[in-house]
Design a protein around this ligand. Structure first.
Ligand code: SF4
Length: 320
């Protein structure tokens, strides 16, 4: 008889509170206003989630010019630049903002630092929609840095009053070296309290580090354009464990797991648990498996829906 392969799931993994809220907003908007509702950018970076919402009547667009005047328009969890908010107002669009409250918090920090006369330095990945949104929310001097080399190359005097903020899908560990370089380079520098980082990013990264201690191979379930999922894969690989990012079981290469005694699985913050189940089912198709979950943090964070939808929900339940 073939010995069962051990499959160990990271805890926590998958959906965070910001993603749950964003998906809820689209579903509730469809329930209250009917299809179609328009969503600017993928609501979260996951094709399966987007397809399911599309089937229910959500239309995904990259530019507000694609939205008919007066239509219900939802901003994705990644947030948007001020210019996008202005354009939506000018076009008379009815906006529901699914920007994650933790991203909105970073926007607020950036604006406050600029109001105090500081140059804002955002640590993040160029081209990511969250970074574009955050840079576009700060109406003042702001620069993006990705690496320690970028910090060294900044065309700013060492005594310039500066403040740093960070992309939410980078953890304390990711940004440590860049922030240390910033602190060395600038004499008048402030930044947010360490408690301000995204709890979900930090928890998923800590969990994959634990997983790397026991797994022979790590499968990260998530989309190729999901920043936090890519980081989970990198952390696994940096710990010396072959690690692969896959959208679902269909992308699993049997050769990756053939010789592994223990297969570790985690999922990015925008990947639904059903895709983890799908990967386990694919593994079961190859070999008998025994599934267990690593001990880890039970997250209890919940974010409130926008007030328009909370009212809709209560009315539907007959409590208003
Ligand atoms: S990963 Fe963090 S910042 Fe991003 S949506 Fe989830 S909770 Fe919000």
């Amino acid at each position: 008889m073939i010995a069962a392969k051990k499959v160990i799931l990271a805890q926590p993994r998958g959906f965070c509170a910001g993603v749950i809220r964003a998906i809820d907003i689209v579903e509730q908007a469809l329930g209250k206003f009917g299809a179609p509702v328009y969503v600017r950018h993928e609501i979260v970076h996951n094709r399966h989630v987007v397809e399911r919402l599309r089937e229910k009547g959500a239309r995904f667009v990259e530019h507000l010019s694609e939205v008919p005047a007066g239509a219900i328009t939802i901003f994705s969890a990644h947030g948007v630049a001020r210019q996008v908010e202005v354009e939506a107002r000018e076009r008379g669009l009815r906006v529901l903002d699914a920007t994650c409250p933790l991203v909105a918090k970073v926007h607020g920090q950036g604006k406050r630092y600029v109001a105090k006369g500081r140059v804002v330095i955002l640590v993040g990945h160029a081209g990511h929609p969250e970074v574009e949104g955050t840079m576009g929310q700060i109406s003042g001097p702001a620069v993006l840095v990705q690496t320690e080399g970028d910090v060294e190359a900044l065309d700013l005097e060492p005594d310039t009053p500066v403040a740093y903020i960070t992309q939410t899908t980078l953890s304390v560990d990711d940004t440590r070296a860049v922030i240390a370089t910033l602190k060395r380079r600038f004499t008048d520098i402030v930044g947010p309290d360490v408690n301000d980082i995204c709890y979900a990013t930090q928890n998923r990264q800590s969990a994959v580090r634990e997983l790397a201690k026991v797994a022979d191979v790590i499968l990260v379930v998530g989309a190729k354009n999901s920043s936090n999922s890519n980081r989970l894969r990198e952390i696994g690989a940096d710990a010396g464990v072959p690690s692969y990012l896959i959208a679902d079981g269909g992308e699993l290469n049997p050769a990756w797991v053939r010789d592994a005694r223990v297969v570790g699985i985690t999922a990015g913050a925008s990947a639904p648990e059903e895709l983890v189940d799908n990967v386990i089912a694919t593994l079961r198709g190859l070999t008998p498996v025994e599934v267990s979950v690593l001990p880890g943090i039970e997250e209890k964070v919940e974010f409130r829906l926008p007030v328009e939808l909370v009212r809709a929900k209560r009315t539907a339940a007959g409590t208003v």
